[in-house]
Ligand binder design. Structure first.
Ligand code: SF4
Ligand code: SF4
Length: 327
């Protein structure tokens, strides 16, 4: 069984399904969405996360780095600057312990199943309002056997509500066994354009839609998550395509969560030494997704924006939706 590293186990999570939840983030995703808000979860391996603002250029880390990845240089103005050549890093993590200022962190850790379950259910008493545990990533379907076993233990031994966040990129044979143990599938659909899926995101739209439809036909509890990304899927024709497609499933889907693009994760790219293709792209305001919200609601779908329920009445349709938090 391929076992993932755990990026984080986040307690009191309010945006990864109903109620108060604990979210387990597995490290690794086969897709490469250029706007990803969790770039630390893309790679399956451990990585160095460097907080430049915490670095005092004391040079302690360079003294323990035998690979030459970390060096302390002088600028022409005689200022010390700590440089990091990731291509030379052997991931020995000696620098992490050497830094007294917590400027260097390791992303993700190895945990056995018992420890993951123990930590995940330690807040069980707070799982009110339909809360529980969400298995997220990366994409949990990159580790189908592990995810199935985790869901099975959480459901049958711990008796907690289990949700999964996935892109549904995988084979149906890897998804179907989860039906027995998963209470809610949150499925990302990022575009209705086959070419964009293949070239930009890196998987087959046909597979994603086929899996989502099979989940719906199996009477699974399914929410669709739509990240709305500037100049990728926010045009009038994108909105029409989303609405035409999802409108068929009114009454069968438990809802649609619209996730307007935000740049909160931008700093992570720098700290991980990655190029952020969305550097400088402005956050989408809630108002910018109003046409999509209204059109989906008119099809009879229940809609949230960023996990916040949208209550539109005839009185306020001119002003756009009002939001109330779902708990
Ligand atoms: S992890 Fe090891 S090799 Fe990499 S920068 Fe730190 S000390 Fe150097
Ligand atoms: S030990 Fe920490 S604070 Fe000192 S130079 Fe290295 S990263 Fe910066």
């Amino acid at each position: 069984m391929l076992t993932p590293l755990i990026t984080e186990i986040q307690r009191f999570s309010l945006h990864d399904g109903p109620g108060i939840r604990t979210t387990i983030f597995l490290k690794g995703c086969p897709l490469h969405c250029p706007w990803c808000h969790n770039p630390e979860a893309m790679n399956q391996k451990q990585e160095i996360y460097f907080h430049a603002t915490k670095c005092t250029t004391c040079g302690l880390c360079t003294q323990v780095c035998s690979s030459g990845a970390l060096t302390l240089d002088q600028t022409p103005g005689n200022q010390a600057v700590r440089r990091f050549d990731r291509s030379k890093c052997t991931l020995c993590f000696k620098c992490v312990d050497a830094c007294l200022f917590r400027a260097i962190e390791v992303v993700a850790k190895s945990m056995d199943m018992d420890s993951i379950v123990r930590e995940a259910v330690s807040d069980k008493m707070f799982y009110t309002g339909g809360g529980g545990v969400t298995i997220s990533g990366g994409d949990p379907l990159l580790y189908p056997e592990f995810t199935l076993e985790l869901a099975r233990i959480l459901k049958t031994k711990e008796n907690v509500n289990v949700a999964i966040e996935t892109t549904c990129f995988s084979k149906w044979s890897k998804i179907e066994p989860l039906l027995e143990f998963v209470d809610l599938f949150m499925v990302d659909i990022k575009s209705m354009d086959t070419w964009k899926y293949k070239k930009v995101i890196g998987c087959s739209l046909q597979d994603v839609l086929s899996n989502a439809e099979r989940l719906i036909r199996s009477n699974a509890n399914v929410r669709i998550r739509l990240p709305v990304i500037p100049d990728f899927n926010d045009s009038i024709s994108d909105v029409k395509d989303f609405v035409d497609y999802l409108g068929q499933f009114a009454g069968k889907l438990s809802g649609v969560d619209i996730l307007p693009y935000h740049s909160y994760g931008a700093g992570k790219y720098t700290n991980l030494g990655l190029v952020n293709q969305y550097d400088g792209v402005k956050d989408l305001a809630g108002e910018q997704v109003v046409p999509l919200v209204n059109a989906l609601q008119q099809k009879g779908l229940q809609v949230t924006v960023g996990g916040v329920a949208v209550m539109t009445t005839p009185h306020d349709t001119q002003r756009g939706p009002a939001y109330t938090t779902v708990v």
